[in-house]
Ligand binder design. Structure first.
Ligand code: GDP
Ligand code: MG
Length: 189
């Protein structure tokens, strides 16, 4: 079965990097992402994930420029991967303030399409801890607990963390996305 996956979230949170690691197995990435597919086995069935990375992200003013394109991208998707970066509190806040409202507004089946919330750049949390041993200069990172509670709040099906850079947690993102997408039928809405 073929299932469309759309990835959204603020600019610079690591969406294109994650999609490229998933689709092409390499990091870092080109600036322009050309789209790819990824086949995953779920319960013995092959699920072909069609990866859509609308890019040129939000929030305003960049988001508005590309909003028309994203509206098309949401069409018939079986899963929306909403991303923030663990080292970027603004991107975390914008999941609730920008991306969830956009999905409900733009995506025809927005109330029912499953969401996978992903905290990207999980490696930055360890880097932060390491750095704090040498400096009092503290930058806020988002804890796993806060990620989980945001996922609950926006009714995401699951919350995962990963690092495209370190290659940690990426396989689980793909598997979970495929599992969730395979059990959701876009034609049924
Ligand atoms: N530390 C770290 N940096 C990352 C990771 N993924 C992406 N980046 C960096 O974050 C920046 C934005 O990445 P990109 O994939 O273009 O983000 P996008 O705008 O959301 O598509 C780039 O400089 C990447 O090298 C990650 O897992 N860890
Ligand atoms: Mg991008």
């Amino acid at each position: 079965m073929k299932r469309k996956l759309v990835i959204v979230g603020d600019s610079n949170v690591g969406k294109t990097s994650l999609m490229t690691v998933i689709g092409e197995g390499r990091y870092p990435v080109q600036v322009i992402y050309n789209g790819a597919t990824k086949t995953v086995k779920v319960n013995g069935y092959r699920v072909l994930l069609d990866l859509w990375d609308p890019g040129a992200d939000g929030p305003a003013p960049l988001a508005e420029i590309n909003a028309g394109f994203r509206r098309i991208c949401y069409d018939e998707c079986a899963i929306i991967v909403v991303c923030f970066s663990i080292d970027d509190p603004t991107s975390f806040r914008n999941v609730r303030e920008y991306w969830q409202p956009e999905i409900l507004h733009f995506c025809a089946a927005g109330f029912t399409v499953p969401i996978l919330l992903v905290g990207c750049k999980s490696d930055t949390r360890d880097a932060q801890v390491a750095q704090e041993e040498y400096t009092t200069n503290r930058r806020e990172t988002i804890s796993t607990e806060r990620g989980r509670s945001l996922a609950e709040e926006i009714r995401a099906t699951a919350y995962l963390e990963c690092s495209a850079k370190a290659g940690i947690g990426v396989a689980e993102v793909v598997l979970t996305a495929a599992r969730i997408a395979s059990s959701w039928n876009p034609e049924a809405t």
